[in-house]
Design a protein around this ligand. Structure first.
Ligand SMILES: Nc1ncnc2c1ncn2[C@@H]1O[C@H](COP(=O)(O)OP(=O)(O)OP(=O)(O)O)[C@@H](O)[C@H]1O
Ligand SMILES: [Mg+2]
Length: 255
């Protein structure tokens, strides 16, 4: 297995802040892993993700993708190789669903036929009938449907690495469960490496082959879901695990 993503002592601070948003972080992710990142608001999850596709540059340290130091690679090239799903979905409102999904293939100047075939393939994959949805505009879709189009757009050029920042944050729990399962099936069928940010411990433990738990710019634990539950590294992780268990007790009342 290749090393897909490697952080070597990476630090990022923002002007005006007394502490580092990401603080001397090192880790290695193997190709094909599904890594979830869990932590409270403001702990540095988005900052970490944005350094992988060079939307932010680290102050110190190195980031390697498949062994290559990304600071030496053209920014545009780095980004086109990486799928990125942002929390706010970010579809272009004046461009059709099909056009949104075709964005990167068009930038890469794929043949029209190849792009069309890819758009139809992806719409089918995410459960939206191409004939019905391809020529609609984003505003003519529900939030959950837009979210899926965002996922299709990120997958379009078949990137080896997928970054997803709370992709299901604003979606109802029924659709969310279905999208989680769809994404897990996608992951099983493709040799892709996922970095998936979430606020939700259940989502993190369900989706992740391993889970990164962050607090105040630091990684507290990077481990399998099973090991995090059975051996939480410190008080913060313990309280996260306990918060999920408290929910279970809540449901007991209705049995
Ligand atoms: N562009 C920026 N300029 C200044 N400070 C920033 C910037 N982006 C993030 N920060 C600060 O860096 C810290 C980490 O922010 P980040 O967005 O990475 O958190 P997060 O874990 O993604 O939080 P959330 O769960 O709320 O999305 C925060 O204190 C935030 O205020
Ligand atoms: Mg964030």
């Amino acid at each position: 297995m290749a090393r897909a993503i490697e952080f070597q002592n990476v630090t990022k601070s923002f002007r005006g802040s007394s502490q580092n948003a990401v603080n001397h972080i090192s880790f290695t992710i193997e190709e094909g892993e599904f890594i979830t990142i869990l932590g409270s608001s403001g702990c540095g999850k988005t900052t970490l993700l944005k350094m992988v596709n060079r939307l932010y540059e680290p102050d110190n340290g190195k980031i390697l993708l498949f062994g290559e130091d990304i600071s030496a690679v053209d920014v545009v090239k780095v980004r086109r190789r990486i799928g990125y799903v942002i929390q706010q979905i970010g579809l272009f409102p004046h461009i059709t669903v099909g056009g949104n999904i075709a964005m990167v293939p068009n930038l890469l100047k794929w043949e029209k036929e190849k792009t069309n075939a890819r758009v139809e393939e992806l719409l089918t994959l995410i459960g939206l009938e191409p004939k019905e949805f391809k020529d609609r505009y984003p505003a003519q879709l529900s939030g959950g449907q837009q979210q899926r189009v965002g996922l299709a757009r990120a997958l379009a050029a078949d990137p080896k690495i997928m970054l997803m920042d709370e992709p299901f944050g604003a979606i109802d729990s029924i659709t969310r469960l279905r999208l989680q399962d769809e994404l897990l099936t996608l992951h099983q069928n493709m040799k892709k490496t996922f970095l998936f940010v979430t606020h939700d411990i259940e989502e993190a433990l369900k989706m992740g082959t391993r889970v990164i738990i962050m607090n105040d710019g630091n990684i507290l634990q990077f481990d399998t879901p099973e090991h995090i539950v059975s051996h939480p590294a410190d008080g913060f992780v313990t309280s996260l695990v306990n918060s999920a268990k408290a929910k279970e007790e809540f449901w007991e009342k209705f049995k």
